[in-house]
Design a protein around this ligand. Sequence first.
Ligand code: IMP
Ligand code: MG
Length: 336
Amino acid sequence: MSKLTADVIVDLQYGDCGKGKVAHFLCKTKKYTHVLRYNGGANAGHTIFHNGKKFVTHQIPAGIFFGITSVVGSGCVLDPEQFFAELKMLEEGGVDTKGKIWVAENTHIITPAYKAEDKQVGGKIGTTGRGNGPAYREKYGRTGVRADQIPELKPYLINLYNEWYGGKKVHILAEGAQGFGLDIDWGDYPFVTSSHCTTAGALLNGLPPGAIKDVWGVAKVYETYVGSKKFQPEGEVFDRMADVGEEYGATTGRRRQTNWMSMQTLERAIRMNGVTHIVFNKVDVLRTVGQWAVYENDKKVEFKNEKSFIEFVNKRLKKLGIQKKNIFFSESKERI
Ligand code: IMP
Ligand code: MG
């Protein structure tokens, strides 16, 4: 086994599929030396119950709750105000952060001006207003600000090359943010986020392709999207999905639009991300709603019951090379 290996968690739909849950499961069972957030900024929202307390983080990776070294990668953009607020919240909540939270020195910074701009003009896309778009625009315009230019961040900076290739065994859990349908290149442009949400995005943080081992794709048995485009079709069933599934954003509190799962989107996402393991969340929601359906090339296909839905999905995934033992159907409140 080479000294540098990584497993990836990647969202196959529009974010909010339950990556956090998979991250917790993997943090508990595997021997990761690092958890790496590899794209996005404070637009992501991550809710966790730890020692009976509720924590919501936006910038800091899940590994911190398990005492694993947590890294904000160079593919991310970082809002220092948010970062320090989260550090304070974690410390006050009894989570040990000393020497465990790091920021790549070449990570780009979200400034107060970018946030103000995003809040003003982000409405067209329906952004989270967290300044992501402007920060990535300035990065690629070569007028951005990097973490090593912010004096307050100095104690938290690391050089990813030295960290990954320092000679010690490194096993990374690379945590993606947002999802395939929001990817800057493969999502429904312009209704996308500004970063690379695929497995390829993980590589941009100094990882060689050969380091990637397991790729955990995360989906829901129905889709949700939050933003300005029209996504939810007419029909009472979709409002029921949203109500039963409590589909409100962790970052902005906005109600998510819902729809049946698109097999086409799922297949593209599985192929492009190189998914080896897959978790479908919120099976209980469709069970309560009492209807089972997917889209095949925009045509709705209905199923008699949960069993025939699951059989259909398993069969389809088999064709894509995913073994049944690596496919998990999970419920909202269930820990896997
Ligand atoms: P931005 O990433 O804030 O620029 O927003 C662009 C689009 O991505 C909007 O439709 C947002 O609602 C969506 N988005 C960004 N982050 C998340 C997320 O973590 N979950 C779900 N949607 C997101
Ligand atoms: Mg989230």
